[in-house]
Design a protein around this ligand. Structure first.
Ligand code: PDD
Length: 285
């Protein structure tokens, strides 16, 4: 595939990053994952807004204005087949975007001068298969051991990596993270529970990422007349929920039907998930 690297387009395998890049040395960098369907971005503005917030939070000047970002990212999609010449449908692609504080002699404090490193690359997004739509997926619960600024979409993801690996080793697709007995989010997703017809999700100030998909799903639910509550969710409420869902830009809306080996609700994707999943599919470009 073709990558965007510091303003240039080149094959991904030809990108060379310095060992002195602060993204590599310190995880001093932020990222976004932006979905595109058949060559068209989905919720691009919300992702670029969040990127701007993440950059501001780590005091890194945004390397591009909004129009420049849009042009670069549109070009990146085109370089990766967004406009096929043979009339075929362009692929669904997740666009990964990372901005680091750049290359400088190793020192924890910010360098006096450095140019940010900007990398963009793509990977395929696959729609939920029939097995997942029929049976849902498994999750495990883990203690949320991350730092206090999970609102920043930083690449410093070691705690998330360890939690996700433990999930995979338990044949689960995600780790649901609990801090002080309350649900925060998944290792790389936001979480929802359905209780007595009400959609409940932890509030944004509970130490998690403001998911673009989360926000979109809440809007869809409200539009469908579903009662929505943003409030703390205890571990007990999670275990006794009628339905549990995960959301992210690459996994869309995923029904969780087992948690720590126990069935959620009926053990099948629930009726509200079926409704919201359909609404989500209908809203995609
Ligand atoms: N992760 N919470 C965490 C910790 C995440 O890493 C993600 C997304 C989300 C969902 O956010 P959004 O709906 O904006 O994608 C929540 C991306 C997909 C990733 O790391 O690959």
């Amino acid at each position: 595939s073709i990558a965007l690297f510091n303003g240039e387009f080149l094959p991904l395998e030809e990108v060379r990053i310095s060992p002195l890049d602060r993204g590599f040395l310190f995880g001093d960098s932020v990222y976004e994952v932006i979905p595109s369907y058949a060559g068209r971005f989905f919720l691009l503005d919300a992702h670029l807004d969040r990127l701007a917030r993440s950059l501001a939070a780590i005091r890194l000047p945004n390397p591009f204005g909004r129009e420049q970002w849009e042009r670069h990212l549109g070009d990146l999609l085109r370089h990766n087949g967004a406009e096929p010449t043979d009339g075929s449908t362009p692929p669904d692609l997740g666009l990964y975007l990372q901005v680091t504080r750049g290359v400088a002699p190793r020192d924890h404090a910010f360098p006096d001068v450095s140019e940010p490193t900007v990398l963009g690359m793509v990977s395929p997004i696959r729609p939920l298969g029939p097995a997942v739509r029929e049976a849902g997926v498994s999750a495990v619960t883990r203690t949320d051991e991350r730092w206090g600024r999970c609102d920043i979409k930083a690449t410093t993801l070691l705690a998330n990596v360890l939690a996700r690996q433990e999930a995979v080793e338990s044949d689960a697709v995600e780790a649901l993270l609990l801090r002080n007995g309350r649900l925060t989010e998944g290792a790389a997703s936001n979480a929802f529970v359905v209780r007595d017809g009400t959609l409940v999700t932890p509030p944004l100030d509970s130490g998690m990422l403001a998911g673009v998909t989360r926000d979109f799903v809440l809007g869809l639910a409200r539009g469908e007349g579903v009662p929505v509550e943003e409030r703390g969710v205890t571990a007990a409420e999670l275990r006794t929920a009628d339905e549990v869902w995960l959301s992210s830009s690459t996994r869309e809306l995923l029904p969780v039907t087992r948690i720590d080996g126990e069935p959620v609700g009926t053990g099948r994707p629930g009726p509200l998930w079926t409704r919201l999943h359909a609404a989500y599919q209908a809203a995609k470009p």
